[in-house]
Design a protein around this ligand. Structure first.
Ligand code: PDD
Length: 286
């Protein structure tokens, strides 16, 4: 049984409890982060911590007093649960004011709820999916307009994953005004020659922590990077495609809406970027 963290306590998962009045539960009034673990160490922790602070600020949510200790809590959970490869999920909500009300509660009397738990995923880095590549379909992007805030309102992304499942593929890319925004839980890329194309940052997409690292490594490896939007037709005509996220790292995409991308197998550039990302991130993991 997992040991999880809830509001200052380490507990067996079946003893951890949250109020029915928690605003995360009633209003999706919460933010989250997913940090991957390789070799028992945290990947890109500083980036996730910085984005967490940004998400809290964007929603006027108080920073919990435990904020400076989050890295120690992450490490304690990794140790207690014996995680070599996997993920740590962290969620902060505006807390439980003791009733349902649309207005934000007084931060003096209602303090944030803080929950963390581990997900053990042996073989995460050596994922067979990375050898084969994944297939995606396109769906309309019907999420709210502040996708740069990492909130727990994940109903539409969940529906997107179900649409992909119903279509017999692995995931979905969302499209708005004819252009791809991002994957249901990842950032989307195409490759033409030596150039990587991925949507520019804005409120239309989540500013992926893996995206930032991968683009930095790509530039260091003399690959060209163009931050601009692209259409599904352009993706279908590209040489390669891939996604990035904390849980998939760099994952090749081999088919978009039933059309093979390039040769229909993971591309050389995506495979190389995955290797570079894993190697470099492991070196600086904490
Ligand atoms: N998802 N875009 C969306 C919509 C996401 O949900 C995620 C991450 C990303 C990639 O961000 P990062 O590289 O910081 O993981 C992009 C996480 C993994 C999840 O919801 O499980």
């Amino acid at each position: 049984m997992r040991t999880v963290y809830v509001n200052g306590e380490y507990l067996p998962e079946n003893e951890a409890k949250i109020s029915i009045f928690d605003r995360g539960f009633l209003m999706a009034d919460g933010v989250y982060e997913v940090t991957s673990v390789l070799d028992g160490k945290l990947i890109d922790f500083a980036g996730h911590a910085a984005r967490l602070a940004r998400s809290l600020d964007a929603l006027d949510m108080p920073h919990p007093t435990v904020m400076p200790e989050l890295i120690d809590i992450h490490r304690a959970l990794v140790r207690m649960n014996g995680i070599e490869e996997g993920m740590i999920y962290l969620q902060i909500t505006r807390g439980a004011p003791g009733d349902r009300d649309f207005a934000f509660p007084d931060p003096e009397t209602t303090t944030p709820t803080v929950v963390l738990f581990t997900q053990n995923k042996p073989g995460l880095a050596a994922s067979p999916a990375a050898q084969k590549g994944i297939r995606v379909i396109s769906i309309a992007d019907q999420r709210w307009a502040r996708r740069d805030i990492k909130t727990v309102q994940l109903l539409y992304p969940s529906m997107g994953k179900m649409m992909a499942k119903a279509a017999g593929v692995d995931d979905a890319w969302m499209v708005e005004d004819g252009m791809v925004t991002e994957g249901t839980s990842n950032n989307a890329y195409i490759v033409k020659g030596n150039t990587i194309i991925t949507r520019h940052l804005g409120s239309e997409i989540l500013h992926g922590i893996t995206r930032a690292a991968v683009l930095r490594f790509a530039r260091e490896a003399q690959m060209q990077v163009e931050e601009r939007s692209f259409s599904i037709a352009e993706a279908q005509g590209a040489d390669e495609a891939f996604i990035t996220s904390a849980s998939t790292f760099v994952m090749p995409v081999v088919e978009v809406d039933g059309v093979a991308v390039g040769a229909g197998v993971p591309g050389a550039l995506a495979r190389r970027l995955r290797e570079i990302y894993l190697e470099e991130s492991r070196k600086v993991a904490v």
